[in-house]
Design a protein around this ligand. Structure first.
Ligand SMILES: [Zn+2]
Length: 365
């Protein structure tokens, strides 16, 4: 979890501290031909002090030649896919970049953008970034940004699991080529994306152009405000509550994405810590294929400060502890995006393992 970077060491000079602060990493993903490199071209122009890691299948990468002249350093991960065949090269590449930066051998940079191949599963890449301690001490995952092709995105979501996963784990969705697609199909695709991933804002991108601020500070930790922003990060209200068999009172739409569900679970009373850990471990280990993503702010029995949890399949981020509750609401709130898993099953599991009382919005109404 992009918990707040450690307390700054007063004995170090400002520039030294800046040089040592963990750098934000943005994972830019999206299906084949959805416009990742076009967006990247725009970002290298508008975000100069950026290092680019570009993943290409071919031994002699082509895409990187499409990248215009850029100020920051660029590294190529070629000859395979960073989520699987060459996943082992991500950490060493980041280490080399960091070391070269520390020594001043390359132009300095203050963030990294990793562009995956179009068929990459973002989850193993997140796993890599989070579970290499050396990397995690120096690079902080700021967000997953996914490009979705307004022209072909619908079909790609139908046919390719990777496309669905790329959308489900995104913190921000960039809808590209809207100028080429009929307005009504763009509107339908937008709705579909909002159902698949309620918390991810959707930004329309024409010719790769977007406000660079739109892809920054997407995680829990906002480097600009130097605070943990749970409400902005979770957007809990956008999720339907998990209610037996129904979502928000309406029968579930028999749409393409019938297998994917996004829902929330609210537990009214404080949770038993070990019960909670067992429930999460159960889901992340035995149901990792079904658990695409979850976020939670939880009230742990006997603890006065809230804890924030975040996981993507089997990848559990280290828990973050807030200094105080962001508002008067002391209930534990979970949001989930799952595939082939009943919301009621997840809600019951949490309730049974933690012994907490469940909030039933339909009864409150
Ligand atoms: Zn792969």
């Amino acid at each position: 979890m992009d918990a707040p970077p450690g307390k700054p060491d007063p004995t170090r000079s400002e520039s030294r501290r800046e040089l040592d602060a963990p750098l934000p990493v943005t994972l830019l993903t999206g299906f084949l031909g959805s416009g990742k490199t076009t967006v990247l071209n725009h970002l290298v122009r508008t975000l100069p002090r950026t290092a680019i890691l570009m993943n290409e299948f071919g031994k002699v990468g082509l895409d990187h030649q499409l990248l215009q002249k850029m100020e920051g350093p660029m590294a190529l991960l070629s000859g395979g896919c960073v989520c699987c065949t060459i996943s082992g090269s991500l950490s060493p590449t980041l280490k080399n970049l960091w070391m070269a930066r520390q020594k001043g051998d390359i132009p300095s940079f203050e963030r990294v953008i990793i562009e995956t191949t179009g068929v990459a599963d973002p989850v193993p890449v997140l796993d890599n970034l989070l579970h290499d301690n050396w990397v995690r001490a120096r690079f902080r995952l700021d967000g997953v940004v996914t490009t979705v092709d307004a022209l072909f995105g619908d079909g790609q979501l139908d046919q390719h699991d990777e496309a669905v996963k790329q959308v489900a784990v995104a913190d921000k969705l960039l809808l590209t080529k809207t100028d080429l697609a009929p307005a009504d199909s763009v509107a339908m695709l937008r709705e579909r994306l909002a159902t698949l991933n309620p918390a991810a804002d959707i930004v329309t991108v024409a010719h790769g152009e977007l406000d660079p601020a739109a892809i920054q500070n997407l995680g829990l930790w906002n480097a600009k405000t130097k605070s943990l922003e749970v409400a902005r990060w979770m957007k809990h209200q956008r999720y339907h509550p998990a209610s037996a068999g129904k979502l928000g009172g309406k029968p579930r739409p028999q749409s393409h994405d019938a297998r994917i569900q996004a829902f929330s679970v609210v537990l009214d009373t404080p949770l038993d810590r070990y019960g909670l850990q067992s429930a999460i471990a159960m889901l992340a280990s035995f149901r990792s294929e079904n658990l695409l993503r979850f976020k939670a702010i939880v009230n742990i029995e006997g603890e006065d400060r809230p804890v924030v949890l975040h996981g993507v399949q089997h990848v559990l981020y280290p828990e973050a502890r807030l200094d105080a509750w962001p508002d008067d609401d002391r209930r534990s709130r979970f949001v989930f995006i799952v595939r082939d898993l009943e919301p009621e099953f997840v809600a019951r599991l949490l309730q049974d393992f933690t012994g907490a009382a469940r909030h039933h919005p339909e009864q409150a109404a």
